[in-house]
Design a protein. Structure first.
Length: 170
């Protein structure tokens, strides 16, 4: 593994941690209440390989801040998908193309990746998505539009979808 660069940045929703290699983004954490909590999962995973760098992320920090301020932004950053299965990679690529303000069901994603009937497997791929926001797994919902499973909790999923205009406040 190449050197891993980690960085935490403060957004309107809280602190977000980012890890990247020379191949692309390795992981992104959902907002946490403090900097240490945002960095902890990244440092736990890459430990001695990780080096904190305040400059190496380019404008990603700015785009994350603008995203959590409710502004539309593009996240076309290269992703380091080494270690992911072919199925996970297909699911994440399709999910990444869900436009802001829209949702797709797990079943729809399964059909789009050529595996109809694999909605549960899509859910598992979403559960292992290391780039929430960039691969917008919060935009994937149950077949009836119901909010289901999200690493940041359903309240965070709802808040993000409301901010994007995909759902209205209840």
């Amino acid at each position: 593994m190449n050197k891993v660069i980690v960085r935490a940045c403060r957004t309107a929703f809280g602190w977000v941690g980012v890890a990247r290699s020379s191949e692309g983004l390795l992981a992104l954490t959902l907002p946490e209440s403090d900097r240490e909590a945002a960095l902890r999962p990244l440092l736990d995973r890459w430990g001695n390989e990780a080096k904190e760098d305040n400059v190496a992320l380019g404008d990603l920090q700015d785009r994350l801040c603008r995203y959590f301020d409710g502004q539309p932004v593009s996240f076309d950053d290269p992703l380091d998908m080494r270690g992911a299965t072919d199925f996970q990679q297909r699911v994440w690529r399709v999910t990444r193309r869900i436009p802001r303000g829209q949702t797709r069901s797990y079943g729809e994603i399964a059909r789009l990746v050529g595996s109809p009937g694999a909605a549960r497997a899509v859910g598992q791929a979403m559960a292992h998505n290391p780039w929430p926001v960039i691969v917008p797994c919060h935009r994937v919902v149950g077949h009836n539009g119901r909010l289901t499973g999200f690493g940041g909790g359903l309240a965070m999923k709802q808040r993000m979808l409301e901010m994007e205009g995909a759902i209205t406040s209840t």
